[in-house]
Unconditional design. Structure first.
Length: 244
């Protein structure tokens, strides 16, 4: 889940104090911390389009996940196995709300995010994909566009002492309250017309499926955010990221 670091890096970039950086940072003792973070993270998203050389952060317009499988569970009775996953559109997101609890040894940050157009590309390989009595098994390219994708993500963590410095470790990232206006699917099967069948079925039904089963589809995002956050927070001391 190597480049899937949008919100994690945004938090870091928005809050880090560095004399060479033009990015806004926020003191954890600021009485208006939530508002400060909302403005800082929002402005950091623009900077992330170019990357930040002084921190060694590349442009992250596209996030990559090597592989992920949504396990069989009604109403979809087959494993949805995908590889080479690429997700984009997050840098155009709007940070709708922030609720932070940043203390001396404990950390919690909740972001409500709206992405107007989320694009998801992958290679899929679905076996025994029986839907409504029709075999839709196949493999090929998958292209998904989500309109007005809104969700709330909460990071929680603890502060550990390492080598004379204190570092933040994110122990959990949790995504809830997933909403979107429409999901457009396009499956390009290399074998038969199964791609067309999958496209029609999921475009018609995925919004209602997500309303009931969003948790299992969000696991890949949760793990990616957690891994990405720790990749940054393990290198930058806590008191530099969030000064008193």
């Amino acid at each position: 889940m190597t480049r899937f670091l949008l919100l994690s890096f945004a938090i870091f970039l928005a809050c880090a104090a560095n004399s060479h950086s033009k990015l806004q940072f926020c003191s954890r003792s600021d009485p208006n911390l939530n508002k400060c973070l909302q403005v800082a993270i929002q402005s950091a998203l623009v900077t992330l389009q170019r990357g930040i050389k002084e921190y060694g952060v590349p442009s992250i317009e596209v996030f990559s996940v090597p592989a992920y499988t949504v396990k069989s569970d009604p109403p979809i009775h087959f494993d949805q196995s995908e590889t080479d996953i690429r997700i984009s559109g997050h840098l155009e997101s709007e940070i709708k709300d922030v609720d932070a609890k940043i203390e001396d040894s404990d950390f919690s940050l909740t972001l409500t995010v709206l992405t107007k157009k989320l694009t998801y590309l992958s290679n899929y390989d679905y076996k025994d994909a029986i839907i409504d009595g029709v075999d839709m098994s196949g493999k090929g390219k998958k292209d998904v566009i989500g309109d007005n994708f809104q969700f709330t993500v909460t990071f929680t963590g603890v502060v550990d002492q390492k080598g004379g410095e204190r570092y933040l470790q994110i122990t959990q990232a949790s995504i809830v309250d997933v909403m979107l206006d429409m999901v457009h699917f396009s499956y390009g099967s290399t074998e038969d017309r199964s791609g067309e069948l999958l496209t029609n079925y999921l475009t018609k039904n995925m919004k209602s499926i997500l309303a009931k089963e969003s948790k299992k589809y969000m696991v890949v995002y949760e793990e990616a955010y957690k891994t990405g956050a720790n990749a940054v927070f393990s290198k930058i001391p806590y008191d530099v990221l969030f000064p008193k």
